[in-house]
Write a protein that binds this ligand. Structure first.
Ligand SMILES: Cc1ncc(COP(=O)(O)O)c(C=O)c1O
Length: 434
């Protein structure tokens, strides 16, 4: 933006969102309900309505949305089947904290979709599910230590919210109790050898994002998950896959189906509820035994909330009924956008690149290639915020950190609009010599 009259006029398109931000800042802490949402450029959009692959802001601007609620909206915004199921459930009464039939139906569906998920326990968010999964692992093994990988994110609870960024191993938020994470041992994601060398009979679990989605859509390097599987078996530790992002996204059965390695326990969230808050810890009968016989206290007023369970049941049924074509389309969409980034980088000279897995891609700025996980340290995080800001101005929303999700609602017309927005953003970068 050079401050010209045209630019000022273009920026007026966001006046309503700016006014909303000013209002929110007066009484909502930081003006948002989750800190990263404040990073959106040119201003955190106040969304008026959303349908399918599109959202409309309070100024009436329409965008193709690849933020998708930070991942849950695998079926797009307001999917008809899910909304109808929730309406029907609400008509039967809220019945919060009661036993109802939906829980068993959902657990059966999860078991039918996800290889390791013989038994499930429900909570409301991914963070809670991780917390419960670690309790299950510690209770089942009678051990304390947990292997965790740098730049994997497992929610915001003190026991795991550490080492979120390259070069910083400590707590990720102010006010955390650093002692809560004392039983974690940190490793570099992808380095199976280091885990094999360190693992012994004192580890309860190896906790891992099977594809590194919070650092940039990296598929597991060949052999990585297999070696973690073998090492945990050797030492009697549980292998815990955090599938909060990969679950129902990279395949119906998640990363464990996509890369063919089954954990003892997996943690599900996000796409499970198609936009409604629900999380699950799912695992083999052996791994889940302390929960199954009631020895391990599993508490929570909103656990198994009927409306959220109904949404999840409807979501999984729709994904299942769609068959392999659903995931072929999600794979082609992410690969196609990623290839477009590469082609535009070659054409314009902009230093932007992308990595992808089925259903998601990550943009990196300030670097020409992103071949290995270790390369994430060289990407420019501020620049990618600006890149996504340029894309937003051109009509497509990515998460500010450069992540784009795709949903089953993204058709060819929407993907073409996203490609055009990527082109506009990269041309703007190239013109500035970035
Ligand atoms: C891999 C992973 N695990 C856990 C979580 C925490 O989930 P929630 O935000 O629902 O608490 C997230 C959230 O982004 C995540 O990406």
């Amino acid at each position: 933006m050079d401050g010209s009259r045209d630019d000022r006029q273009r920026e007026r398109r966001f006046d309503g969102s700016r006014a909303h931000r000013a209002r929110a800042l007066r009484h909502v802490a930081f003006g948002v309900s989750s800190t990263p949402r404040a990073n959106q450029l040119p201003v955190p959009l106040a969304i008026e309505r959303a349908e399918g692959a599109r959202v409309v802001d309070v100024d009436g601007n329409s965008y193709v949305d690849h933020g998708l609620g930070y991942g849950p909206l695998i079926l797009g915004h307001s999917p008809g089947g899910v909304i109808a199921a929730v309406h029907a459930e609400l008509a039967r009464g809220l019945r919060t904290a009661s036993v109802h039939r939906g829980e068993a139906e959902l657990a059966e569906l999860i078991a039918a979709c996800v290889p390791s998920a013989e038994v499930s326990a429900f909570v409301s968010t991914g963070s809670e599910a991780i917390h419960l999964a670690l309790r299950v692992a510690r209770a089942g093994t009678g051990r304390l230590k947990v292997a965790k990988f740098r730049s994997n994110y497992h929610g915001w609870f003190d026991s795991v919210h550490v080492a979120g960024r390259p070069g910083r191993d400590g707590p990720d938020a102010l006010g955390q109790d650093p002692r809560a994470a004392e039983a974690l041992v940190l490793f570099d994601w992808g380095d199976a050898g280091a885990v094999e060398a360190a693992l012994d009979g004192s580890y309860a679990a190896v906790l891992v994002e099977p594809a590194a989605m919070n650092a940039g859509c990296f598929a597991p390097p060949p052999g990585f998950l297999e070696r973690l599987r073998a090492a945990t078996r050797r030492h009697g530790a549980m292998l815990v896959f955090d599938e909060v992002v990969t679950g129902f996204r990279v395949a119906l059965g998640g990363a464990q189906e996509a890369w063919g390695v089954a954990p003892d326990i997996c943690v599900l969230g996000k796409a499970l509820g198609a936009g409604f808050p629900i999380g699950a810890v799912s695992g083999t009968r052996a791994a889940m035994s302390t929960l199954m016989d009631g020895r391990l206290l599993h508490r929570g007023t909103f656990n198994g909330n009927p409306a959220c369970v109904a949404a999840a049941v409807a979501c999984l049924k729709e994904l299942r009924e769609g068959g392999p074509a659903v995931y072929e389309r999600l794979a082609a969409a992410a690969a196609g956008l990623s290839a477009h980034v590469a082609a535009e980088a070659a054409r314009t000279g902009a230093r932007v690149c992308a990595t992808h897995v089925t259903g998601a891609l990550q943009l990196f700025a300030g670097v020409q290639r992103m071949e290995r996980f270790a390369d994430i340290a060289s990407a420019d995080r501020d620049l990618v915020l600006r890149l996504t800001g340029e894309m937003l101005r051109a009509g497509a929303i990515a998460l500010p950190r450069g992540l784009l999700y795709v949903s089953t609602a993204h058709g060819e017309a929407e993907l073409a609009a996203t490609r055009a927005a990527i082109t506009a953003a990269m041309e703007a970068f190239a013109a500035e010599g970035r």
